[in-house]
Ligand binder design. Structure first.
Ligand code: C2E
Ligand code: MG
Ligand code: MG
Ligand code: MG
Length: 282
């Protein structure tokens, strides 16, 4: 009887499953060709010094412009790219393009501008990863200190020897390392003292409500203080309005990023932003 029940359940869900997996397969085959068809594009979002509003760095954020699907946001295709391994060539492409862009902006701004690149777990664990990073630096001529790699807590928590070794190798090369979406993982805070991170990025879910929710304000304050006492710098993500900037200034948050300063912009628009918004070096 159980068998019969199982069968009918299967029959009921089968058409839906087929539809989902068909869609997935179609998306995968499109994504597979996205690089050669030049459908991938990097958008750039300013990261500013909280006190002065001066630009210090830029985060590269991936977009996929597909003729049939329109603009596809990373949350819709990065997981697929991870599962299929496509994240490896895509990630290499991102590193190459982002490092070259940072070198061009140095010319425009007349000073160094850091570039932050997101790295996903599968990409990080690929044996060619560190070579790809060094290659992107070599090809662009970008100094290692100008590159920051953003890594999520999910990756760090695997606690493997390999993860620790790769982080130390990148650190020795002078590349900066940040913890992205800080506070959203199930973090064992101890990794902060054993790994060579430079920066914590406070997740936007905490920043968004600092003016409305005293608990969020307390958490953000505590994260900033903890980070500073560990010698880490802090970036607040998702800063959308002026009151939030006052709060973050008062709490000593080093850097800020969010729509209040600028949305992520395509390269040409970012360059225009840079030309009009660049201020004296801090
Ligand atoms: P993330 O690294 O935490 O990036 C920040 C996300 O917050 C971006 O979403 C950005 O557009 C958005 N954001 C920035 N300011 C604000 C704000 O003021 N308010 C709100 N509500 N949102 C804001 P996006 O571009 O959709 O990227 C989503 C995620 O996809 C990223 O989160 C990152 O984890 C991943 N991702 C993006 N580009 C890449 C990439 O090149 N490689 C990998 N592996 N992952 C990427
Ligand atoms: Mg990020
Ligand atoms: Mg370091
Ligand atoms: Mg984040």
């Amino acid at each position: 009887q159980a068998k019969h029940k199982g069968k009918s359940a299967y029959a009921h869900f089968a058409p839906e499953m087929t539809e989902v997996s068909h869609e997935r397969l179609q998306m995968e085959s499109r994504l597979r060709r996205a690089i050669e068809l030049k459908e991938l594009e990097l958008y750039y979002q300013p990261i500013v010094h909280t006190d002065s509003g001066n630009l210090v760095a830029v985060e590269a954020l991936l977009r996929w412009n597909n003729p049939t699907m329109g603009m596809v946001m990373p949350d819709r295709f990065i997981p697929l790219a991870e599962e299929t391994g496509l994240i490896i060539p895509i990630g290499e492409w991102v590193l190459e393009v982002a490092c070259k862009a940072a070198v061009e902006w140095k010319e425009i701004a007349g000073r160094n501008i850091g570039i932050s690149v997101n790295v996903s777990p599968r990409q990080f664990r690929d044996p060619r990863f560190t070579d790809a990073v060094m290659q992107a630096l070599d090809n662009s001529g970008l100094e290692a200190e100008q590159l920051e790699l953003e890594i999520t807590e999910r990756l760090i928590l695997d606690n493997s020897i390999e993860t620790a070794e790769i982080l130390r190798l990148l650190d020795r090369e002078g590349i900066r390392l940040s913890v992205d979406d800080f506070g959203t993982g199930y973090s064992a805070l101890s990794y902060l003292k054993s790994y060579p991170f430079d920066t914590l990025k406070i997740d936007k879910s905490f920043v968004q409500d600092v003016m409305k929710e005293p608990e969020d304000a307390s958490l953000v304050r505590a994260i900033i203080n903890m980070a500073h006492s560990l010698g880490l710098r802090v970036i607040a993500e998702g800063v959308e309005d002026e009151p939030q900037t006052h709060f973050l200034k008062a709490e000593g948050c080093d850097f800020s990023q969010g729509y209040f300063y600028s949305r992520p912009l395509p390269a040409t628009e970012f360059e225009a932003w840079l030309k009009t918004n660049q201020r004296v070096q801090i």
